[in-house]
Design a protein around this ligand. Structure first.
Ligand code: ADP
Ligand code: MG
Length: 453
């Protein structure tokens, strides 16, 4: 494999894990410059990019280099003068051109909307049809139909895409309306800044109240941020009194957000709530087919798409990633790939679940329930600790195949019967308790999502 071929394959994997803007910003002008006895030197356009890649993306780059070139041991970044980079850049065939047109990268500064996310490119299936219908209803009668709209579900299932589509559609239908999309994290930081800087406080309140449509993505991150919750509640009241629309997304229903002010919780629940779940096989295939069309002559054969839809069962982001990898490989070989080749490529890119560590599971459970990890190991029988501890034991058994004595030992030297009891309790409760099922689903979606990085 030549340097360029190897780099193209590597980039197709990295691309699937990053936002398009990030990908283009940090990887657009990079190339493999040298490859000698397990060491690879990557050329970058500036010291800034070099440093950023070293600090943030070293692991990711190595991971994808190694899937295609297992012999790679170490990695170095270097800065190249413009002249040096141009020739190899020009040779780089453009596997990503359809993703990298300007539309992808452009985010409107006033609204934070990306024009890529529209209803036109959103595939609807059983798994998301209620959320989709509710979103459409909001665009027809903003502030009236469903206010607030609260969309929830696991990672990579299209929440951001749907929320942004609402924003883009309303902008098109009602140009005078002021639309604003913001991640909840950034919203909370804005509020914190205002609280610390009294001269700014009113300005920020005014800013948020002035929008006709406010879209807050990933609202679960408001957990524990008391001051932001308070302010969100006031903004919310002011907006809904004025018939202005608010749309939320979250990875879980309001009742599962820990440490959430009750007033806010009942507000979240007071409009329309709709979930998105994992797509079934037919829908996965439809999504792949829709996304394959724009690949034009590199569009994979029908049986390849069917195979991919049957093995990638997690979420839509992963489906897109698999498709990009297949297309990039097919471009390099200048021919369609056989099923056997696709099997081979995809099996290299999907990690077996068992590679999870026990520590990883415990950390995710503690984070989800917002209890300090060490509480899980202590003897306390406090209700808010007992349940998370049992869930952690359950996941260690189910997803990590830990033996009962091992699990008991892990949790502060408990007896193996404690572990058995926890396992049976949770699996029994899951049958009748939908909330618990959802909680465990969410924890798993975090586990298997994080695992990639
Ligand atoms: P979430 O916010 O739920 O984590 P995203 O909205 O970021 O998920 O979706 C992940 C990727 O999958 C995005 O590239 C998005 O465009 C794509 N996607 C998600 N749902 C759909 C869908 N129903 N139709 C087409 N593409 C989708
Ligand atoms: Mg999202």
């Amino acid at each position: 494999m030549t340097n360029d071929e190897l780099w193209k394959l590597t980039l197709s994997g990295i691309e699937a894990e990053l936002s398009h803007a990030n990908f283009a910003t940090w990887f657009a002008q990079t190339a493999i410059m040298e490859q000698t006895s397990g060491k690879i030197v990557i050329g970058t356009p500036s010291a800034f990019v070099k440093e950023w890649l070293e600090n943030k993306y070293m692991k990711l780059v190595l991971k994808y280099l190694r899937t295609h070139a297992p012999e790679v041991r170490s990695l170095e970044f270097s800065i190249l003068s413009q002249g040096a980079l141009t020739p190899s850049k020009a040779q780089l065939p453009k596997p990503h051109e359809e993703q990298m047109d300007m539309r992808e990268l452009y985010v409107d500064k006033d609204t934070n909307l990306n024009p890529r996310y529209t209803f036109e490119t959103f595939v609807v299936g059983r798994f998301n049809e209620i959320a989709h219908a509710a979103a459409l209803a909001v665009t027809e009668k903003p502030g009236v139909a469903y206010n607030p709209l609260y969309i929830y579900g696991g990672v990579g299932l299209g929440k951001t895409h749907l929320l942004q589509s609402i924003g883009n559609r309303i902008r098109a239908l009602f140009p005078a309306k002021r639309v604003y999309y913001v991640s909840t994290d950034r919203f909370a930081n804005d509020i914190m800044f205002a609280i610390r800087t009294p001269s700014e406080k009113d300005a920020i309140k005014e800013k948020y109240r002035s929008f006709d449509l406010l879209i807050l993505d990933d609202v679960q991150f408001i957990a524990n941020r008391t001051a932001s919750q308070e302010e969100m509640f006031h903004i919310f009241n002011a907006m809904s009194e004025a018939n202005k629309q608010i749309v939320f997304s979250s990875d879980r229903p309001p009742k599962s957000i820990i440490n959430l002010d009750d007033r806010l919780r009942s507000r979240f629940e007071g409009g329309m709530m709709a979930d998105v779940v994992e797509p079934d096989y037919e829908t996965r295939l439809a999504i792949l087919q829709a996304k394959a069309i724009v690949k034009e002559e590199y569009r994979p054969a029908a049986d390849v798409l069917e195979y991919t839809a049957s093995v990638i069962q997690t979420n839509i982001r992963e489906l897109e990633g698999a498709l990009n990898t297949i297309v990039a490989n097919s471009k390099i070989r200048r021919r369609p790939l056989s099923i056997e080749e696709v099997k081979d490529i995809l099996s290299k890119n999907t990690k077996p679940r068992r590679s999870l560590s026990a520590q990883h599971i415990i950390k995710s459970v503690a984070q989800f329930y917002d209890v300090p990890e060490r509480y899980l190991f202590e003897k306390t029988r406090r209700k808010e600790v007992v349940r998370p501890r049992q869930v952690a034991m359950f996941l260690l058994r189910e997803d990590f195949s830990g033996s009962y004595p091992y699990i008991g030992q892990k949790f502060g030297g408990r007896d193996h019967t404690t572990a058995i009891h926890a396992y049976l309790k949770i699996s029994g409760d899951m049958k009748k308790d939908e909330r618990l099922r959802e909680e465990i689903k969410t924890i798993r979606s975090h586990l298997y999502d994080d695992e990639k990085s």
